[in-house]
Structures are given as structure tokens and as C-alpha cells.
Design a binder for this molecule. Structure first.
Ligand SMILES: *[C@@H]1O[C@H](CO)[C@@H](O)[C@H](O)[C@H]1NC(C)=O
Ligand SMILES: *[C@@H]1O[C@H](CO)[C@@H](O)[C@H](O)[C@H]1NC(C)=O
Ligand SMILES: *[C@@H]1O[C@H](CO)[C@@H](O)[C@H](O)[C@H]1NC(C)=O
Ligand SMILES: *[C@@H]1O[C@H](CO)[C@@H](O)[C@H](O)[C@H]1NC(C)=O
Ligand SMILES: *[C@@H]1O[C@H](CO)[C@@H](O)[C@H](O)[C@H]1NC(C)=O
Ligand SMILES: *[C@@H]1O[C@H](CO)[C@@H](O)[C@H](O)[C@H]1NC(C)=O
Length: 717
């Protein structure tokens, strides 16, 4: 400021020099020292420090004490010099170029006063007011206020403080009768919305118009977002229209604002169509309407849930149409929206296909069919129709009246592990060619052929088997299911039981062997063996009896048997033949001592006390022996304490049994009964172990354990 003033003064001096008024200038210098004339003062009217361009300013030269005299005036700058007789100069409309320092002097007669001090005038461009809204939060929410609230619109002029302003207001292009700097609106209505601007005036000049500040009035009508179609569950690929509806706002030219903002184009339409919905379109939508200076509230959120494309599901209450009947097919789309029962809420129609071709122009979710075929369905809804994925196909067969029969070959009710068996499906009647299907609950499934041959059965083949036939010429025609047939495969190997009759040989009599398997009727044939002692293996080997191979009869008769012998049997059946285990050996005993091998007992008596030492000795022209016992409970055992050909026994009750010798070369001795006393204190009958030949004498006696022998108790003869 000071700098520009100095600059201007320099300019005046310089211009004086250039203009060439050298005389006045030298005179000035001389008269500056003269104190007698007064010094004028330059005043400004109005006296504001800040004058806006366009305002009127009067510059006046006042000479103290000089009133009444006839003065002429000279000004610096010189532009004010005309007319020089007036002491004031009026600048009707200031411009910024009027800024500067002003001074004057007066002349009376021929003498000049001194120059006044410089008074500076500052002209600036008029300020631009600002319209603000109170309360201030309306400012933050971009001028949004609810109708009924109170708002104050204020005009602020920066740097205009202290001056006496009058104001002019406009809302849009309409002037408002208001001249103060505040415009207070109590209970705002829709008509108060608009763009407010103001300007100020002091003295005669106006400021510029302020920028427009918009006041929006929200009316409490709340729009609603709707989805078209209104299904809450939408699948990706469907078309959805999101619509903003303003109740009571029909007919008005609303524009719409959406959140998320992606729907904002075009904003003049109340609805937005999402042609091919994707899962990313799912989410909440809200809208509001705007209309000039009106704004509705935000609507409530509507949530659009977009799921991936569903697949229809087809269910059949039966996969075979009974003779003369029908089957009900049900098509559904899951997850079905809200109530799956009413198709109207989910909007689905159903489209049916049979063998790949459109079937029946019905759109029900349930149909009844009596034709066989490969059925599928899908759902569709909307406009254009949006289709679900096709359901899996369901095969529906029609039933013909033939009924198959399952047979087992061989037809044994119980089968053993390793046997060979064939399960066969037989359809009688007609010369139709069939394909076969099996249904079984066994662990191993039957192949879909007319027969299932099990070469080596196991319990995994056990189960119920049923079959049906499908016509080779018409694949959707089948027979009914056959009755189920149960196949039971036992993992146990059967062991037959052999009985021998009689046990003790009587001269000339025949011996009958009988072999029993658990299920006697099931096609068994029998094998008959003689036991041959095998001392090295501590067992026996078996030698097939003459004509003893695979007899159909379960008994075998041996004629003229004279010696002690052991027998074994087993059974077999099927092709290839399956064999049971060998039976336990059974014996027929001879009491005849005149054989190649014999057994002597010491002491030579049938009955013995407990804890007696009894020795049994094998005799005959053989080197190796074993003594065998067949106890009362049917167990076969070998003597454990052999010394050479003698078996020593310290008797106990369990030693009661039949004893005989077997030689290493397969000879059987005669057999003897040995009884061990079971009543500790009673007497025993002392009688020889071997039968007595007719006519020979025999001595019998009774004995007590304490006393070696005592006279014969009685003799029965
Ligand atoms: C200034 O205004 C007055 C009165 O309105 C007028 O008489 C005068 O001519 C004006 N002066 C100029 C320089 O326009
Ligand atoms: C097995 O078949 C035969 C004829 O092949 C028949 O006589 C017999 O009754 C059948 N047995 C069973 C148990 O089906
Ligand atoms: C037999 O056919 C039926 C029906 O086609 C099928 O479900 C089954 O798996 C088939 N069984 C075998 C062992 O191929
Ligand atoms: C052995 O006892 C049985 C019956 O107890 C009898 O039938 C048989 O003849 C007896 N044998 C001898 C050799 O005594
Ligand atoms: C036989 O056994 C009994 C009882 O165990 C015993 O007291 C007795 O000494 C035994 N006799 C012989 C000869 O081993
Ligand atoms: C015993 O057998 C041998 C050889 O087999 C024979 O030489 C001998 O004569 C036989 N002895 C008797 C008593 O049979």
C-alpha cells in the first residue's frame, strides 16, 4: 500500500517535470516555507475506507478558516481540476483506477496555500455474498431438510462488516420480499425448496449475486422398492426388474436415485431391468425420488438373492407301470422359494420330456403316465422363460403279464462254501426275446444275464434273488419281478456222522455202516473207507472199501467181517463234485483172540479198583504198536505211557472203555472191555478179560481193595 502510494507521488513529480510547469514548481518550493496561509484538508464522502467500484464518492478540499473567501482549487492528480471553482468533486461511479492519493491547494488572489496532506482512496471490486443455511447440518447434507422444520437462509458479505447493507433475495428467478441479511423460514414446505441467492447494496451500488445454494425439502413419503417378478429367490440368468414406487407421487416427474449406485442410469426411469442376473447382482437395494427441490426419504431395503442355476428333480412313485395302471411323476425345483407347495409363489411351470421329446403340453408339477419311456423334466418361469437344468432321467417301464421264475440249479436249499450253483431266470410263454435284470441283496451282484453261474460259492452270494425280463424289441416293456428265491451259502464245511452196527462182532453177522449229512435229501452220494493205522503220523489213513465210491445209498453193508476194524465215510455232490469232510472214525470190535495180534491185560480182569496199576500188552509178530481206547463218552484216544508194546495205566474212572492194539503194519488186535470201579469202597468182580471158550472152566471171585482176594461172592452160570 505504502509502496504504491510512493510510486504514485513519484509519478506526479515526474509528470510535473515532463509537463514543464517549472515556474509553479519553483514557486511551490519557495512558498512551502511561508507559514501564513492555511493548509487545506482532503475529505472523502462517504468516509468508508473501502469503496467498491461503482459506488459514488465525493472528494472535497476544505480550507480551515477560509470560508467566505473566493477560492480556486488545484488538485493532484490533475483530473479533478475542472471546474476549479468548486471545492468538491463527485465520482459518480468509481472504478478501481480511481484508487490513489488525493491532495489539493487553494488560491486566493494570487497566493496559493500549501498542498494538503494526501488522502488515499481505495476502490476494489465489490464482494460476492455467500448464502448459508442454518442449522449447519443442512449444509452438510447438501441442503436437505424435512418439511415442517425451521431453516434460516443467511447472506454473508465477506469484508462488508460495519457498512449499512440492504439485501435482495431470490429463489430461482423469483424475487423475495426480504431486505435483511437473514431469511428465516418457520415450518418449511415443499414450496420453500429451491436455489437461493442474494446480493447486498450500500449507498447506491449492488454487490454481485451470490452463487446459488439449494434448499431441498424432503417430504416424508417413502418409496418402495419392488422386484418384478416378485420371487425372492432368483436364479442366475433370470431377468429381474427393480422398481422404485413412490406412493402418491404418480404423475410427477421424478428422477430416481439408487443404492447401490449402479442402477442410476437412466435416472428418469423408475425401474431398472437386469436382463441376465448374476450372483453379483444379489444384495440390498434402496431408492429415493428427487424432483426439482424435493427429495423423498430412502426406501426400505429389498434384498435380491441370486442362486446358481437350479436343477429340476424328478421323482416317480414307481418305476414300473403295473398292468392296466399308471405311475405318478413329480417334478420340483429346489431350493423352492418359501412355500414349495404353491407353485404360484415360486412361479415355476414344468416341462415334461419322454425319450427326449416334449411330452404332453402340461405345466403341472405332477403327471400320471401309463406309457413306458425315459422321462425327464425341467422348470421354467418368467418372461422370457428362464429354464432350469433338466432333471436326471427316470426310466418308466410298462409291465407285461409274464412272470419269471427264479430257479436254483441244483435246487439245494443249503449250499456250502466252494460249491458250484446256477441261479436262473426263466420266463415261460411266447417266443419273445428277453434281456434279464437281477435284483439281489447279496454282497456280490448278479450280472444281467439269464443265468448267474457261481463257480465257487461263498457267503457273499447269500441273499434273496429276483429277476425280471425286458423285451429286446421294446425296451420299456418288462415283466413283473419274479418271486424272490433265497440262496444260503454256509461257510462251514459239513461233516457227516457215521454209525456202525453192531459194535461187537458176532460170528457170521453183517456189519452195517450208515452215513448222515445234515441235509440228507440234497443230492448227496457217499464214500466209504476203512481206517488203516499210520503210527508215524499218529493218525490213520483211509482206504476206499470195495464198491464204496459214490453210492447213492447212505448205508453200506460189510459181510463176513471177523476182525476189529475202523471205518470212515464222507459225502459228495454236484458237478464239479464238492466233498464234505471225513466223518469221525467208527469201530467194530472183535473179541476173538485167535488173530494175528492180541492184547493181554494184567491183572487179567475186566474190573479194576481206582489207582490200580494195570498193564496192557500187545502181542504178535510186529515191531510197532499203539494201544487205542474208545471211552464211554465216545472219544478215541491213544495210550500215552507205552513201554515197548506195553501200555501202563494208573487207573482212574475215566479209563473205563474199550481197548485194542494196532500194529505198524495195520493189524488190529481183539478188543477188551475194561471197567474202573467208580464206588471207592465196593467190591469188584474178578473175571477174565477174554471170553472163555465153551466148556472151559473159569474161576470168578469178588475182591475188596483192602484184601487181595476173598472167596467167591457168587457164580452165575
Ligand atoms: C454525476 O451525477 C450528477 C447528478 O446525478 C450529474 O448532474 C452529473 O452530471 C454527473 N457527473 C458525471 C461526470 O456523470
Ligand atoms: C428240486 O428239483 C426236483 C426236480 O428237479 C424236485 O423234485 C424237487 O422237489 C426240488 N426240490 C426243491 C427243494 O425245490
Ligand atoms: C442290471 O440292470 C439294472 C437296470 O438297468 C442296473 O440297475 C444294474 O446295475 C445292472 N446290474 C449289473 C450287474 O450290471
Ligand atoms: C464189552 O461190553 C459190551 C457191552 O458192555 C458187550 O456187548 C461186549 O460183548 C463186551 N465185550 C467183551 C469182549 O467182553
Ligand atoms: C497212582 O496214582 C495215585 C494217585 O494219583 C498215586 O497215589 C499212586 O502212587 C500212583 N501209582 C503208581 C503206581 O503210579
Ligand atoms: C515172524 O515174522 C517173521 C518175518 O515175517 C518170520 O520169519 C517169523 O517166522 C515169524 N514168527 C512167528 C512166530 O510167526
Amino acid at each position: 500500500m505504502g509502496h504504491s502510494l510512493l510510486y504514485m507521488m513519484g509519478f506526479f513529480l515526474l509528470s510535473t517535470v515532463i509537463c514543464g510547469n517549472a515556474k509553479d514548481y519553483s514557486t511551490d518550493l519557495q512558498e512551502d516555507d511561508d507559514l501564513s496561509p492555511p493548509k487545506p484538508t482532503v475529505t472523502l464522502q462517504p468516509s468508508w475506507t473501502q469503496i467498491y467500484s461503482g459506488e459514488t464518492v465525493t472528494v472535497r478540499c476544505e480550507i480551515q478558516g477560509g470560508e467566505g473567501a473566493q477560492w480556486t482549487y488545484e488538485w493532484r492528480p490533475a483530473k479533478l481540476n475542472t471546474p476549479p471553482t468548486s471545492n468538491e468533486y463527485r465520482i459518480n461511479s468509481t472504478t478501481e483506477s480511481d484508487s490513489g492519493g488525493y491532495s489539493c491547494r487553494g488560491r486566493r488572489d494570487s497566493s496559493w496555500t500549501k498542498w494538503s496532506d494526501i488522502t488515499s482512496l481505495k476502490v476494489t471490486a465489490p464482494p460476492k455474498p455467500t448464502v448459508t443455511l442454518q442449522p449447519s447440518w443442512t449444509q452438510i447434507y447438501s441442503g436437505v431438510i424435512y418439511s415442517g422444520e425451521t431453516v434460516t437462509v443467511r447472506c454473508e458479505i465477506q469484508g462488508g462488516e460495519g457498512a449499512q447493507w440492504t439485501y435482495e433475495w431470490r429463489r430461482g428467478r423469483v424475487n423475495i420480499r426480504q431486505s435483511s441479511n437473514e431469511y428465516r423460514i418457520i415450518r418449511v414446505t415443499e414450496s420453500d425448496g429451491g436455489g437461493y441467492s442474494c446480493r447486498g447494496r450500500r449507498s447506491s451500488s449492488w454487490t454481485k449475486w451470490s452463487d446459488i445454494t439449494t434448499l431441498r425439502v424432503t417430504v416424508p413419503s417413502k418409496p418402495t422398492v419392488t422386484l418384478q417378478p416378485s420371487w425372492t429367490q432368483i436364479y442366475s440368468g433370470e431377468t429381474v426388474t427393480v422398481r422404485c414406487e413412490i406412493q402418491g407421487g404418480e404423475g410427477a416427474q421424478w428422477t430416481y436415485e439408487w443404492r447401490p449406485a449402479k442402477l442410476n442410469t437412466p435416472p428418469t426411469s423408475s425401474e431398472f431391468k437386469i436382463i441376465t442376473v448374476t450372483e453379483s447382482d444379489g444384495g440390498g437395494y434402496i431408492c429415493r425420488g428427487t424432483k426439482t427441490y424435493l427429495l423423498t426419504e430412502w426406501s426400505d431395503t429389498i434384498t435380491l438373492t441370486v442362486s446358481s442355476k437350479p436343477k429340476a428333480e424328478l421323482r416317480a412313485d414307481n418305476t414300473a407301470v403295473p398292468v392296466g395302471g399308471s405311475v405318478t411323476l413329480t417334478c420340483s425345483v429346489n431350493p423352492s422359494s418359501s412355500s414349495s407347495s404353491s407353485s404360484s409363489s415360486s412361479g415355476w411351470k414344468y416341462y415334461w420330456y419322454r425319450d427326449g421329446k416334449s411330452y404332453e403340453p402340461v405345466t403341472n408339477g405332477q403327471i400320471s403316465v401309463s406309457e413306458g419311456g425315459l422321462y425327464s423334466c425341467r422348470g421354467g418361469r418368467g418372461e422370457p422363460v428362464y429354464y432350469t437344468e433338466d432333471s436326471d432321467s427316470v426310466r418308466i417301464d410298462t409291465t407285461v403279464s409274464n412272470r419269471p421264475v427264479v430257479t436254483l440249479y441244483p435246487n439245494w436249499s443249503e449250499i456250502y462254501r466252494g460249491e458250484t450253483i446256477t441261479v436262473r431266470c426263466e420266463i415261460h410263454g411266447g417266443d419273445t426275446e428277453w434281456d434279464y435284470e437281477w435284483e439281489t441283496n447279496s454282497m456280490i451282484k448278479a450280472p444281467n444275464q439269464t443265468e448267474y453261474r457261481i463257480r465257487s460259492a461263498s457267503s457273499s452270494n447269500s441273499g434273496n434273488y429276483r429277476c425280471k425280463g425286458r423285451m429286446k424289441s421294446s425296451q420299456h416293456k418288462t415283466t413283473e419281478w419274479s418271486d424272490s428265491v433265497t440262496l444260503t451259502v454256509s461257510d462251514n464245511k459239513p461233516r457227516p456222522v457215521l454209525t456202525v452196527s453192531p459194535s461187537w462182532l458176532s460170528p457170521g453177522a453183517s456189519v452195517t455202516l450208515n452215513c448222515q449229512v445234515e441235509h440228507p435229501s440234497a443230492g448227496w452220494s457217499f464214500y466209504w473207507y476203512k481206517a488203516v493205522p499210520d503210527l508215524s503220523e499218529k493218525s490213520s489213513s483211509y482206504e476206499l472199501l470195495p464198491d464204496g465210491s459214490g453210492t447213492a445209498q447212505d448205508s453200506y453193508i460189510i459181510h463176513g467181517q471177523t476182525h476189529t476194524a475202523g471205518y470212515v465215510c464222507r459225502a459228495g455232490r454236484g458237478d464239479p463234485e464238492y466233498h464234505t469232510d471225513h466223518s469221525q472214525p467208527e469201530f467194530v470190535w472183535s473179541a476173538d483172540v485167535h488173530s494175528a495180534a492180541s492184547l493181554t491185560v494184567s491183572p487179567d480182569r475186566v474190573q479194576h479198583f481206582t489207582s490200580d496199576s494195570v498193564s496192557l500188552t500187545c502181542e504178535g509178530n510186529f515191531t510197532e504198536w499203539r494201544v487205542r481206547k474208545f471211552s464211554e463218552d465216545g472219544r478215541l484216544s491213544d495210550c500215552r505211557r507205552m513201554t515197548g508194546s506195553t501200555c501202563n495205566i494208573n487207573t482212574s474212572e475215566s479209563d473205563t472203555g474199550v481197548y485194542w492194539c494196532e500194529s505198524g503194519s495195520g493189524e488190529f488186535s481183539s478188543a477188551v472191555n475194561i471197567t474202573v470201579q467208580n464206588d471207592g469202597n465196593g467190591p469188584i468182580l474178578v473175571s477174565p478179560v477174554h471170553p472163555v471158550t465153551e466148556g472151559a472152566s473159569v474161576s470168578l471171585s469178588c475182591s475188596l481193595k483192602t484184601q487181595k482176594y476173598f472167596p467167591m461172592c457168587f457164580l452165575s452160570q
